[in-house]
Design a protein around this ligand. Structure first.
Ligand SMILES: C[S@@+](CC[C@H](N)C(=O)[O-])C[C@H]1O[C@@H](n2cnc3c(N)ncnc32)[C@H](O)[C@@H]1O
Length: 316
């Protein structure tokens, strides 16, 4: 957390008073009381958050701790998205419903007085939050269980060692009731669990060649190695975004180096995509169908085993 964020976290904790401090320091004894006080996201930051997540008419957005409803309402009014917000404060829910009515979006959005930790997030394609660092960390296991490809946007607070895919700092002249400041916006795409040993065959010079790739994963960061024709090589440029994976490597096949590039979509224990091979004697683009031979030994997505269930099918 930067010093500016620390100051803000202190500010919003102070705004909540001693009760919030007590609750923040005792997560196990969480009561259904707001653990984060109401501080609205400035409208210009709302717009940037929705742009970063590329929110569109096909999206279902959930705002966790939705305040006056501005994020869900803007997503519906400007981009035609659907969704809902949850907040523990009944006044905020009343205000949100009134704002939705004024914006003419009551057919696409709703607001519910409920605890964000007890909220079913499975419908979401996009989740937004303006909470606190500890609350983000407590939510993190639940967020990592969402369908691969679900997009997450957090105002001002990160997820500790789950590094964001995108981080921006923007000017926010309307922040803190017009006092002005800057806002951080963090963006993640929920990664598919990909750790394990993957096997497949690709035709090389007319003969099926067996490949075995071992992948290690920490959140969306993937590293690994490949074994082919008795030789081993490190993977390069491995990239995981939601359920989409790509990597490349160069290995000798039949005595000559061949560059291999793979790109595909992970669906449970299979990957389907394409392979491009280029070498002096081997050229071509092939279908790539890989199967996971062993599940991860260290748990999915780089965290301890037992926390995650097998991820459901990926978002497209
Ligand atoms: C910092 S405000 C953000 C409001 C809105 N999302 C925005 O960005 O403008 C946090 C909101 O979370 C609500 N809240 C805090 N703890 C909550 C909980 N456990 N469940 C639901 N809402 C909660 C508060 O009442 C407050 O309205």
């Amino acid at each position: 957390m930067s010093s500016r964020q620390r100051i803000f976290a202190d500010r919003i904790r102070c705004a909540a008073g001693a009760c919030a401090l007590l609750l923040l320091s005792a997560p196990a004894a969480r009561a259904a009381e707001p653990r984060v006080p109401y501080v609205p996201t400035p409208q210009e930051v709302v717009e940037r958050m929705l742009k970063i997540a590329k929110v569109g008419a096909a999206d279902y957005l959930i705002d966790l701790g939705s305040g006056d409803g501005r994020i869900v309402i803007t997503a519906a009014k400007k981009y035609g998205a659907r969704g809902f917000g949850v907040d523990l404060d009944p006044d905020r829910i009343r205000e949100s419903n009134e704002n939705a009515r004024r914006a003419g979006v009551t057919d696409r959005v709703s607001f519910h007085q409920q605890d964000l930790f007890a909220t079913d997030l499975s419908q979401a394609t996009v989740i937004t939050m303006y909470l606190l660092p500890r609350v983000n960390i407590e939510l993190r296991p639940k967020l990592l269980q969402l369908a691969p490809g679900t997009r997450l946007v957090s105002h001002d607070f990160d997820m500790d060692d789950w590094k964001p895919d995108v981080h921006l700092t923007v000017e926010a002249p309307d922040k803190y009731s017009g006092a002005g400041g800057q806002s951080d916006i963090y963006y993640w795409v929920v990664p598919a669990p990909v750790e394990g040993v993957w096997q497949w065959q690709t035709p090389v010079a007319g003969k099926p060649q067996s490949y075995e790739v071992k992948l290690q994963q920490k959140y969306q960061a993937v590293t690994g190695s490949v074994r082919v024709g008795g030789r081993e090589s490190r993977l390069q440029g491995a990239r995981l975004r939601g359920a989409d994976i790509r990597f490349r490597f160069t290995v000798e096949v039949n005595g000559a180096p061949v560059k291999h590039e793979f790109a595909g979509k992970i669906e449970g224990d299979t990957i389907h995509g394409s392979a491009t091979l280029s070498g002096a004697r081997v050229q071509g683009r092939f279908e790539w169908n890989a199967r996971r031979a062993t599940p991860s030994s260290t748990g999915q997505r780089g965290l301890p085993p037992g926390i995650f269930q097998i991820a459901r099918s990926a978002r497209h």
